[in-house]
Design a protein around this ligand. Structure first.
Ligand code: G3H
Length: 255
């Protein structure tokens, strides 16, 4: 298990690092598909890593989902950094409230003794509302903070699983199937080559914004997410992966 920043999976970590071309890989023991405690360990590992990189007055953008919710559960005061602000990278994306970026962000900030801002936008949006809403001064201000964030925390989901959980229409699901969508993150759906095949119209962080961030940290585990992780890293927009043993081993066996 993960202790003092040293993992028992050093070899596996360096294999994944090479395969996905990453700067940092942290692997925790087990399979988070099978056990909730493994997801908790992913959360702890993320908090521990965050503590080693965060500096005072930074903005940390956060997405939604159960993995991020677990990072929030495990959050601790950021001892070496004061006055950090957590901002939601996206609006609701049709998720239950406990899985929404706003909720997670507020919880993280509270436990980290930091600040937070909210992004009050329905998600996804119609074309018409989208253009009006992004011009709202309060929304604009948060979007600017999100785009300037030096640290981004996010998860990666299996494309169809995420589309269904977010109650996408049958038309969208059919399209994702035809286009062989494998992964989802930030509302972007990618195929196995890491090409964007569909994008939900949502306010918030866009893939292009990630180039400006210093640390883009993906927290995603479970054997069922191996293909999604592989697909997302073909795009190469994140430099840190925190995953579990089951996903890592499956990843090495994959294409
Ligand atoms: O974008 C990916 C999803 O937010 C992942 O959700 O952590 O509940 O699997 P999850």
């Amino acid at each position: 298990t993960f202790m003092n920043g040293i993992s028992e999976f050093r070899v596996l970590e360096s294999q994944i690092k090479d395969k996905l071309q990453l700067e940092h890989v942290i692997i925790v023991s087990g399979d988070s598909d099978e056990q909730q405690t493994v997801k908790e360990e992913l959360g702890k590992a993320c908090v521990q890593f965050l503590n080693t990189i965060v500096t005072s007055n930074q903005t940390i953008a956060v997405t939604g989902g159960t993995s991020m919710a677990e990072v929030a559960n495990q959050m601790k005061p950021l001892h070496q950094a004061t006055n950090c602000t957590f901002v939601p990278a996206r609006g609701g994306l049709g998720e239950q409230v406990e899985n929404q970026a706003n909720t997670i962000c507020a919880q993280m900030a509270k436990k980290a003794n930091g600040n937070y801002r909210m992004l009050y936008v329905p998600d996804p949006l119609s074309e018409e509302s989208y253009h009006t809403i992004i011009e709202e001064p309060t929304v604009k201000e948060i979007l600017q903070m999100v785009q300037d964030a030096k640290i981004v925390l996010h998860s990666i989901g299996d494309a169809i699983t995420m589309a269904k959980r977010r109650k996408a229409s049958q038309e969208v699901i059919d399209r994702l199937t035809t286009q062989h969508a494998v992964s989802e993150t930030f509302g972007f759906y990618l195929n196995r080559h890491g090409e964007v095949v569909y994008k939900a119209r949502t306010v918030g962080l866009q893939l292009a914004d990630l180039d400006k961030a210093q640390y883009v940290i993906a927290v995603a585990g479970g054997k069922s997410k191996a293909n999604a992780i592989q697909s997302y890293f073909k795009l190469g927009k994140s430099n840190v992966l925190i995953t579990d043993e089951a996903a890592a081993k499956e990843l090495l066996e994959g294409y």
